[in-house]
Design a binder for this molecule. Structure first.
Ligand code: HAM
Length: 418
């Protein structure tokens, strides 16, 4: 028989980690719903064309897309992120603006798998469409910061930058191209090949030999329009007003081509090596138009769930929650009693589990222990005869008999005392 394993870059998330993932999404939902964001569930695949709007010079598009022809001959792709889908949904449904939504779920990129980088990875994120108010930029950044601190993370660093307006970005790209071409011999081979596709992305290189050239590169802030510069100043002031610490990083261009004006990235200083970026985002005024809609500004972020949890591990915060049941039913008579009692308890809001296959009392008590239940209920022949149940608070060394017909109330009382 072949030995089946998960495909590279994918994982099974089992308990107790799976409970942590759910809790992560719950904390995020609470944080952003408290700021008026509503939940959107975009599809996991779309027409490839939707994602081509991420920019045809973007590696996410050129190298990493999971695209295929479906049985109807449509060229579709698994979503590599959700911003493009949210903008497509905006164009399709034309909601009133500002439209503020949040999402959670898996994305797919054919990257080289390693710690913190997967081919199927989860993100949580928000998008706000229809307002270019700099206060919205600051609100969005503040929400991400609040979420990290709600998780208990302390070692999170925020970098911000502006890429100016569409024309600014293009002009800057040309300036960079000229500068890097003039210094091409000092760049690594990887950066030389990136240069041909997308000069901005050379700024992202973490390779040591590139750093001297990058340090001398022109900064975008010197070539942006006055309106873009004023917008950015207002964003910074609004962040200052909320006491949100940030570093200005004029090398921060981000990996997707749709960004205009404000961009930002969160890194964890508790994580080592390459994958310290735990989230990022920015403005993408122009993306809705590129998808066939009216000119509509937009801003948002996505936070990598997998990486953020690695940061939580490194800071020893937001550990997996307890997921045990309240009650474990041990049945030594093998009748229908345990079956009925479990059903009764579950129907009355008391979580309950049990053993199966008439195992020995000792084996069942072991299972009760392992289950983490607070109470074991024991049903033996004496209990069946006297219509009672033996209630044993786990770990107490005590036990007492309760009447079967009053068991729900008695068990609730015992749980309150635990
Ligand atoms: P992104 O920077 O491509 O932005 O991804 C955001 C975050 O997702 C990253 O900071 C990282 O934590 C996580 N991430 C990305 N790729 C992987 C991977 N292969 N494995 C594990 N984690 C990963 C976006 O996706 C934009 N849609 C963000 C955005 C929303 N901009 C505006 N609105």
């Amino acid at each position: 028989m072949p030995e089946f394993k998960t495909s590279p870059g994918t994982r099974d998330i089992l308990a107790p980690h799976s409970a942590r993932w759910r809790a992560f999404q719950d904390v995020f939902a609470n944080t952003v719903e408290a700021a008026g964001y509503t939940y959107i569930i975009p599809p996991m695949f779309e027409d490839l064309d939707v994602f081509l709007r991420l920019g045809e010079a973007t590696e996410v598009v050129t190298k990493e897309m999971y695209d295929f022809h479906d049985k109807g001959g449509r060229h579709v792709a698994l979503r590599p992120e959700q911003t493009a889908s949210v903008c497509r949904a905006f164009v399709e449904h034309r909601p009133t603006t500002p439209w503020k939504v949040w999402y959670a779920g898996p994305n797919f990129r054919y990257e080289k798998p390693q710690q913190g980088r997967y081919r199927q990875f989860d993100q949580v994120g928000v998008e706000a469409l229809g307002a270019d108010d700099p206060l919205l930029d600051a609100e969005v950044i503040a929400l991400a910061s609040k979420f990290y601190s709600d998780l208990g993370l302390r070692k999170v660093h925020l970098s911000v930058n502006t890429l100016g307006d569409a024309g600014d970005r293009e002009r800057y790209s040309q300036q960079l191209l000229a500068y890097f071409m003039a210094n091409e011999k000092d760049l690594t081979a990887e950066s030389r090949s990136t240069l041909a596709r997308n000069p901005l992305r050379v700024l992202d290189s973490k390779r040591e030999p590139d750093q001297i050239v990058i340090a001398g590169a022109p900064a975008i802030r010197d070539s942006i329009s006055t309106t873009a510069a004023q917008h950015f100043d207002a964003v910074l002031q609004a962040l200052d007003a909320l006491n949100i610490a940030y570093e200005l990083n004029n090398r921060l261009v981000r990996g997707l081509d749709y960004y205009r004006r404000t961009t930002f990235e969160f890194t964890s200083t508790a994580l080592e090596a390459a994958h310290t970026a735990i989230g990022g985002g920015g403005r993408y005024d122009g993306l809705v138009e590129a998808l066939g809609g009216p000119a509509t500004p937009g801003i948002g972020f996505a936070l990598g769930l997998d990486r953020t949890l690695l940061a939580c591990d490194a800071e020893n915060v937001f550990n997996s929650p307890e997921t045990s049941v309240d009650v474990f039913v041990v049945d030594t008579v093998g009748g229908l009693q345990a079956h009925e009692i479990c059903h009764l308890l579950r129907n009355n809001g008391v979580s309950a589990d049990r053993a199966y296959d008439s195992r020995s009392m000792k084996a069942q008590m072991k299972s009760a222990d392992r289950s983490g239940a607070k109470i074991a209920l024991i049903i033996g022949s004496e209990e069946v005869e006297s219509s009672t149940i033996m209630l044993r608070p786990m770990g107490s060394g005590e036990q007492y008999s309760i009447a079967r017909e009053k068991c729900v109330g008695e068990i609730r009382k015992a749980l309150e005392n635990k």
